[in-house]
Design a protein around this ligand. Structure first.
Ligand SMILES: NC(=O)c1ccc[n+]([C@@H]2O[C@H](COP(=O)([O-])OP(=O)(O)OC[C@H]3O[C@@H](n4cnc5c(N)ncnc54)[C@H](OP(=O)(O)O)[C@@H]3O)[C@@H](O)[C@H]2O)c1
Length: 316
């Protein structure tokens, strides 16, 4: 695909920074939005905009400045499940269900006479977690408000942008430190810091995930943009799990990190999620089948330990 213009939302967050970098390195014009965090800085032809996607503030001027769009990759969200509960639910739904973005894109498309490909990041938290290796067509029965807001967002995107959208469902996203600091800490870096400090740490052995290497997620976003026009029109076939190839728990993740980093395996102490009071309901097993990721987007997910080797080799 020849370089065009892509709008990436949530560019002060973790995943979006790698998406922005990738497109900028390939010569695209990139619009990158942030809201309450620090303004991120990127190399290349990247214009950064302060936009509140919950209210729509700043969105029109961002779209006007970018002109016709080839693609939009929507990474902005309240992605901390606990923050989507109780008093946080209304604000979380306002950002997670991209009503303002969809409305603004509708008029932008009408003005420019073409619809950009819209890639929307959802989550594995849309699944209930009482089964295993979920396929995309499984019934969505989220156990927390975060998952509910993301399931409702998927429906909103599919209804507003039929035939021009792709929904990606990542699991826990991990990778190297991002170019700009993020407000939320990163899972991998925080356990690495604890184990490097020789702190014995407890990890759950009863919650199962298929963690997503950020490099695979970027590849999935790019492939989704490129192949959006060739996918079947039905909404169900435009949903793609973006997980790693293995169903693992956090003990497995921590032990893999110890092996790659040379930390003492005895620092990893198994514990049960079920025995710890949690701030919100957390699904037990939302591991995902990723055959569609490979068959439809051509992305071969990286095994967890191999991804760790790549991440820490690059740091040396
Ligand atoms: N992280 C994971 O393990 C994981 C797993 C599965 C799915 N996902 C999904 O993947 C996507 C990216 O996750 P992430 O962890 O990379 O995100 P993140 O680091 O938490 O960043 C979230 C981004 O959303 C932006 N945002 C929040 N409220 C906003 C608002 N009102 N207006 C505009 N922007 C707003 C934030 O901007 P400011 O901080 O500048 O306000 C930030 O740039 C999300 O859709 C998430 O649900 C993440």
């Amino acid at each position: 695909m020849t370089a065009g213009t892509v709008l990436v939302t949530g560019a002060s967050g973790y995943a979006a920074q790698f998406v922005v970098q990738d497109y900028a390195q390939r010569g695209w014009q990139v619009g990158a939005t942030y809201w309450s965090g620090q303004e991120p800085k990127f190399d290349g032809n990247v214009k950064v905009f302060k936009v509140d996607l919950a209210s729509g503030e700043g969105l029109q001027s961002c779209l006007d400045a970018l002109g016709p769009l080839t693609a939009v990759i929507n990474c902005a969200a309240q992605a901390a499940p606990a923050a989507c509960e109780g008093d946080g639910e209304t604000a979380a739904r306002a950002i997670n269900i991209p009503t303002q973005l969809l409305a603004a894109l509708e008029s932008h498309a009408a003005r420019h006479g073409s619809r950009p490909a819209l890639v929307h990041l959802s989550t594995d938290h849309v699944y209930e977690g009482s089964s295993s290796m979920y396929r995309e067509e499984a019934e969505l029965r989220p156990v927390n408000k975060y998952g509910r807001s993301k399931a409702d967002a998927e429906a909103a995107v599919a209804a507003a942008w039929p035939g021009h959208h792709v929904i990606l469902r990542p699991s826990i996203i991990f990778g190297p430190p991002p170019p700009n600091p993020t407000r939320r800490g990163q899972f991998l870096q925080s356990i690495d810091a604890n184990l490097a400090a020789k702190k014995p740490s407890t990890f759950f052995d009863d919650e199962w995930r298929t963690p997503t290497y950020v490099g695979d997620l970027v590849a999935a976003c790019c492939a989704a943009v490129e192949r959006c026009g060739q996918l079947p029109p039905s909404a169900g076939e435009r949903i793609i799990n973006v997980g790693g190839p293995q169903r693992i728990n956090r003990v497995d993740m921590a032990l893999a990190l110890c092996r790659v980093r040379g930390y003492d395996l005895q620092l990893v102490q198994p514990g049960s999620a079920a025995s710890v009071p949690r701030t919100c309901a957390t699904p037990a097993d939302i591991s995902m089948d990723t055959s569609r990721l490979q068959a439809v987007l051509g992305v071969q997910p990286t095994p967890f330990e191999e991804a760790l080797r790549q991440i820490f080799a690059a740091e040396k």
